[in-house]
Design a protein around this ligand. Sequence first.
Ligand SMILES: Cc1cc2nc3c(=O)[nH]c(=O)nc-3n(C[C@H](O)[C@H](O)[C@H](O)COP(=O)(O)OP(=O)(O)OC[C@H]3O[C@@H](n4cnc5c(N)ncnc54)[C@H](O)[C@@H]3O)c2cc1C
Length: 287
Amino acid sequence: MENILDVAIIGGGPAGLSAAINAVARNKSVKILTNKSNYLQKAEMVDNYLGFHNISGKKLMQNFLEHVQSLNIAFEYGKVINIMKYNDIFMINCNGEIIHAKTVILALGVVKNNLLKNEENLIGRGVSYCATCDGSLYKGKNVLVYGNADDIIEEANFLQKLGVNVTLITAKKELHDIHKDINILDGVVTEIVGNHKFEAVVINHEEVKADGLFLLRNSIAFNTIINDLDTYNGYIQVNRNMETNISGLYACGDCTGEPLQISKATGEGLVAAQNAAKYIDSLKEMK
Ligand SMILES: Cc1cc2nc3c(=O)[nH]c(=O)nc-3n(C[C@H](O)[C@H](O)[C@H](O)COP(=O)(O)OP(=O)(O)OC[C@H]3O[C@@H](n4cnc5c(N)ncnc54)[C@H](O)[C@@H]3O)c2cc1C
């Protein structure tokens, strides 16, 4: 098995970055696995983060990143598709690469995915969240690509170049750099059809059939990223130690609930990291 990290942090916003510097302060090996898109960068002006009066979200985020980079903390850019726990070790699928860790801190931000009808039943049965992981299964076959991911065109092109026949379903009007052989279908998917296997999607009350569906979103719903994770009112349920119901798994920041604010996110990142460090030390003592 490759090196096992002490702490894998999913999400590189304020909560994840704060968790990272605090886990390193406790002498733990850390990697941040994250998409590039970030909420805070969109804030024109932040006026309530102590010590940084009238600062743009972009500049504040840059300061946070510089702090993390000064500690040489490793980043891996990509989307975490799912996490499994086996024999006290977490296995994290980040764009098809499996990363192992003793603890995981979820710092995912707000996840707004409303699952499509039938989506949960058909994951792994013709419905996939990851072009890199599952693309080769569909060589020579017809697939639909749908979602709001920033890199959706890149991913659709990747599938087409693999030899998959791609139809991109999108309401976007401007599609730069798209592979010339990709079909475009204008619309919004309202339902997935299939009993034990994916058959079609419903767009504008009509069924469109294919061999597979790639649902490419910027984030993955909490209840599909890891099995049996407790949620409450649409957020990940945690206690004051930022522990979830799964031992070794912590959560912090916007994904644990309101107020959706930077100070709360960075504070929770610290609490999650310190408790993850204690958990790792307790594993050593048990041996
Ligand atoms: C326009 C705007 C203005 C705001 N103004 C203020 C303000 O003035 N003051 C204030 O306190 N707060 C403000 N906020 C809120 C603030 O930005 C958030 O509270 C803060 O960013 C939360 O940090 P976070 O780390 O929890 O989540 P985020 O900043 O959302 O970071 C989550 C990260 O996780 C990544 N991610 C999610 N899922 C996955 C996955 N499956 N795999 C890999 N990566 C993943 C995301 O891409 C993102 O990088 C504002 C927000 C917006 C949008």
